[in-house]
Ligand binder design. Structure first.
Ligand SMILES: C[S@@+](CC[C@H](N)C(=O)[O-])C[C@H]1O[C@@H](n2cnc3c(N)ncnc32)[C@H](O)[C@@H]1O
Length: 350
């Protein structure tokens, strides 16, 4: 055994554990409003607790964690804590740059370790129903800000000609729409077009409908609908899936249905994880550990729970192109989105 290598690895393990523990603190800061309170300016633990309406003792311990992690700065002489603006940019506010919004989804996965371990031993998986209803809200929280800020520039405008088609009036369907925030934003931005959102989750569809009503939208409709059994006689000009193929029980059947429900000349945008199907090609991607881990804890297991394909997040471009071709979608271009973990497959139906 190489003693130096072994010692270095112990430090790396400590780094992993620190990262996990601080993810819990990022979550606490997000849910309590402490990041926004800290972003408002330097403060003592007492002032910060008062600003956020929280218990000072808890706030001080949390500050100990996030200060020693290098997120917050501390002046011992004055007992003042400062969240630098460069860090506040990624932790506070309602913009798409707020990465703290991802923490509740991650910490929630921790609750399911025992069930996933049981699936490692006995097969099967942890079904979507076991992740709900909390998953729906955490997923919405994670993506809502991103769609608010980047849906047009990061996705729609990345695809040549798409914005003009939406402006001129098309029928669009988003499958696996979750709480449908992206559809509601598009329905508002493009009143000439008509939008439908499908998801198997009734709680998500209820929230999507409620938001459409609140926004006064008449061109956004939502239905509880399985992607593998879409209604007959549909002909959408545009179909999208936002991170909603790789976790399906039967993704190939869903792709066949999508292909069938596209009008001639229609376009399918499959927004999914940017990865290779081969592990060796993903090793340079700094997000790969995260992607494979989230897959183990959620995306793959929900599919395997239904005796499904269990593609996992890193099913990759090679397999994706094969499966699209099997579904009759052979004219495919791949674009980057603003989210570095995603790419956009633009598939045209002849
Ligand atoms: C990872 S979430 C993405 C949600 C949403 N597109 C977003 O960007 O926030 C995947 C969604 O696909 C839905 N889903 C999974 N299997 C489905 C199926 N067979 N038919 C329809 N929706 C499905 C899930 O309920 C979930 O809401």
């Amino acid at each position: 055994m190489d003693e130096v290598k072994a010692k270095e690895f112990v430090s790396r393990i400590a780094g992993f554990y620190n990262g996990t523990a601080i993810t819990l603190m990022i979550d606490v800061g997000f849910r309590t409003g402490l990041w926004d309170a800290a972003a408002a300016g330097p403060a003592s633990s007492h002032d910060l607790a008062q600003r956020a309406g929280l218990q000072e003792r808890y706030v001080r311990e949390w500050l100990g964690a996030v200060t020693s992690a290098g997120i917050v700065e501390y002046d011992a002489a004055s007992s003042i804590y400062t969240l630098p603006p460069e860090h506040a940019h990624s932790l506070a506010g309602n913009g798409g740059s707020n990465r703290a919004a991802n923490a509740p989804l991650l910490t929630y996965l921790g609750k399911h370790v025992s069930s996933v371990v049981s699936a490692f031993k006995n097969g099967g998986g942890v079904p979507y129903s076991q992740f709900r209803p909390e998953f729906t809200g955490f997923m919405d929280e994670r993506f809502r800000r991103e769609y608010d800020q980047f849906l047009l520039d990061g996705y729609i405008r990345k695809v040549p000609g798409l914005e003009a088609r939406l402006e001129s009036g098309v029928s669009m369907c988003d499958i696996g729409c979750g709480t449908g925030h992206n559809i509601n934003l598009l329905a508002k931005a493009f009143p000439q077009s008509d939008f439908t959102g499908y998801d198997i989750a009734a709680d998500a569809i209820d929230l999507a409908r409620a938001e459409a009503t609140k926004m006064g939208l008449e061109n956004a409709h939502f239905e509880v609908q399985d992607a593998t059994d879409l209604p007959k006689n549909l002909a959408f000009d545009l179909i999208t899936t936002f991170d909603a193929v790789h976790d399906q029980a039967n993704p190939q059947a869903a792709l066949h249905e999508i292909s069938r429900c596209l009008a001639p000349g229609g376009t399918y945008l499959m927004i999914d994880i940017k990865a290779s199907s081969k592990l060796e090609n993903n090793l340079d991607n700094p997000m790969s550990p995260y992607l494979y881990a989230v897959s183990t804890m959620h995306c793959m297991t929900v599919s395997l729970a239904e005796n499904g394909a269990g593609l996992g997040t890193c099913w990759g471009q090679e397999l994706a192109l094969e499966m699209l071709e099997k579904a009759g979608l052979t004219d495919v271009d791949i674009f980057d989105s603003t989210n570095p973990t995603n790419c956009i497959y633009v598939c045209r139906k002849p």
